[in-house]
Design a protein around this ligand. Structure first.
Ligand SMILES: [Zn+2]
Length: 235
């Protein structure tokens, strides 16, 4: 009898029997390593690992290039979801560029991890992010807009990223970031950061204010480059 795949990824025989016991999933404190598969991309094959957060049902993703288990100094980017930039091409922030560059870098190195965290709008959610954009259109900067909506500057937490790295058995990381808070956040959660790999960013008339505000208000180590500047991308 031919096994039929079920929507849950379990193999079920045509008569409803389950012919084999699934391997035990890896559990952390609050995340479980739920599923993984190699996915072909235009940058080559990326192992796509999905983690589920038992506290809220959210699914976070790690894209893994090469072997990283048990290694020190693995290139890692901790990236927060940004639907407006990554899917719709919004020019208000540089998230898509950062994502593309990190994936380019990891692919070129043949080793690394991109953690894609489902925390839209620095954790405030999509609806509130768009509310904040409406306020920004009236002249507030990104941080004042969030404060007016009753949110702190940044609701992101790094416990999820740290647990993902532990479940992937990454020993220490070379973090691709311009954000000193990310380094501090990971270290606080027990992940050794060996060094920082700067992530270059290009400005356009729509995001230059946002990038400068990030640099001035939160100490981001951003060097601004114009789009036609052709120097190395990351690192
Ligand atoms: Zn963004």
């Amino acid at each position: 009898m031919r096994p039929l795949p079920s929507p849950l990824g379990m193999t079920t025989m045509a008569d409803g029997r389950t012919p084999q016991i699934l391997p035990t999933r890896k559990h952390g404190q609050f995340l479980e390593l739920f599923s993984e598969a190699d996915v072909p991309t235009h940058r080559g094959v990326l192992r796509t690992v999905v983690f589920r957060d038992r506290r809220n049902g959210k699914e976070h993703v790690a894209l893994v290039k090469g072997r990283v288990e048990g290694l020190e100094g693995v290139p890692v980017r901790v990236h927060s979801e940004c639907l407006t930039s990554e899917v719709f091409g919004s020019l208000k922030c540089d998230c898509r560029q950062q994502l593309d560059r990190a994936l380019d870098f990891i692919s070129q190195q043949g080793c690394g991890v991109l953690l894609y965290l489902r925390q839209e709008g620095r954790g405030i959610g999509l609806g509130n992010k768009i509310k904040a954009y409406a306020l920004q259109n009236k002249g507030l900067d990104t941080y004042d807009a969030n404060r007016q909506l009753g949110f702190p500057d940044d609701l992101r937490s790094y416990d999820v990223a740290a647990e993902m790295l532990r479940l992937l058995d990454v020993r220490s990381v070379d973090l691709i970031t311009n954000n000193p808070l990310k380094i501090a956040g990971l270290v606080e959660e027990g992940i050794p950061v060996r060094r920082r790999i700067p992530s270059r960013t290009e400005h356009n008339p729509h995001n230059v204010g946002y990038l400068k505000t990030k640099r001035e208000r939160t100490g981001h180590l951003i060097e601004l480059f114009h789009e036609d500047d052709s120097e190395a991308k990351v690192g």
